[in-house]
Design a protein around this ligand. Sequence first.
Ligand code: SDX
Length: 436
Amino acid sequence: MAEPKENNKKYVTLVDHQSGKSIDLPVLSGSIGPDVIDIRKLYAETGYFTYDPGFTSTGSCQSEITYIDGDAGILTHRGYSIEDLTEHCTYMEVAYLLLNGELPNQAEKDDFERTITYHTMVHEQLLNFYRGFRRDAHPMAILVGVVGALSSFYHDSTDINDPTQRMIASHRLIAKLPTIAAMAYKYSVGQPFIYPRNDLTYAEDFLHMTFSVPAEDYQISPTVARAMDRIFILHADHEQNASTSTVRLAGSSGANPFACIASGISSLWGPAHGGANEAVLNMLAEIGHKKNIPEFLEKAKDKNDPFRLMGFGHRVYKNHDPRAKVLKKSADDVLNELGVSDPLLDLARELEQIALKDDYFVERKLFPNVDFYSGVILKAIGFPTSMFTVLFALARTTGWIAQWNEMITDPTQKIGRPRQLFTGHGERAFVPIDKR
Ligand code: SDX
């Protein structure tokens, strides 16, 4: 990984007006994007910590994988725009790009697809794991448990210092997540598990394992398979978001990759993050009709009301999320192909139009994000809302594992261990229970 260059010895000077002391802090530059102030020596030289809950102004690492320009609404993976990647690539090509840094040539693509294909089966004993869950268990709960358990089945690829084992574990996770996700769905609807098929593409195989039954194969529509593959691409990676940062932090202690990805799945589950796609559909169903939109917009603006407009807003994008624009168009293609007209899609469009004219949303630069339209497409394909975040986790596994590999091979990486601003009691004398 290229060292960040010290920007012509550019520094910022921090002056402590209490002590009169000052410190010059180096400014580091990446290839594109904001410069950073290197504060690694700040505490040792000044006794001060920085304070940034939610990390709104904090860079946790350097990376070459994904770049986001939130003001311009730009998203690139290894320099390629998300628009080009969704237009011209398959998810397998993007997975190869994220992992290896370059798009594959035909031979590399065929070899990678073959490797992933021949890892799609899971250990047969893993099936018993599912039977421990209640039938009505949320598929995300199953996913967290089963992925975390993979390290007990594939212990031969948990030595994080062995590049070969790291790559085998990476391939196993990318290949097995669709199988595990489809099994979580099958278990929740009481249908038998469907084994993967090596003659299908990654997206086709996932649709097959999810919707086929022993009595009848699912008829795979090329448009639906393409939309599924495109949804995987759009969710593959997204810089240092909450779940990716969770994976990196877990990995910084040396935890095995299966445990790290399970931690990422847990973080993604939250409604403020990957759980938003499920929350959007529930919100649209609660709004019910466009005449109710003004009432819900008022609720979203009311600070005393915990209701937020799900699928709107983003920590980084202060312009349209480019992924939402691709998904909005894809929604038309899929629903037209399936001959589905979903009033929730019309409601979503109406809601977007009205919100983007409302000063509250305009002033705060709150635009639809990746989760706003994805749910409508997934519902049209036939997924229950409880599976939406599972699909997000399935697709994001490639980004998580690429970021994990980058962190492991970063010579400057150390165990992540933030500090705090302590506001509790100073030391005090112990009080025996009979005196309390
Ligand atoms: C993802 O980080 C990533 O990259 C994530 C992701 C990825 O690919 O990994 O892109 C995937 O998680 C997308 C986001 C999905 N979440 C939602 O759609 C949930 C609804 N959105 C909000 O919860 C919120 O917008 C966040 C969590 C996404 C971002 O929150 P921030 O950056 O902490 O912003 P904030 O809460 O400080 O909001 C700034 C202002 C606040 O108002 P003021 O205090 O300035 O008056 O905007 C308001 C917020 O109250 N606001 C909203 C809102 N989002 C922000 N008000 C109403 N509805 C919303 N959705």
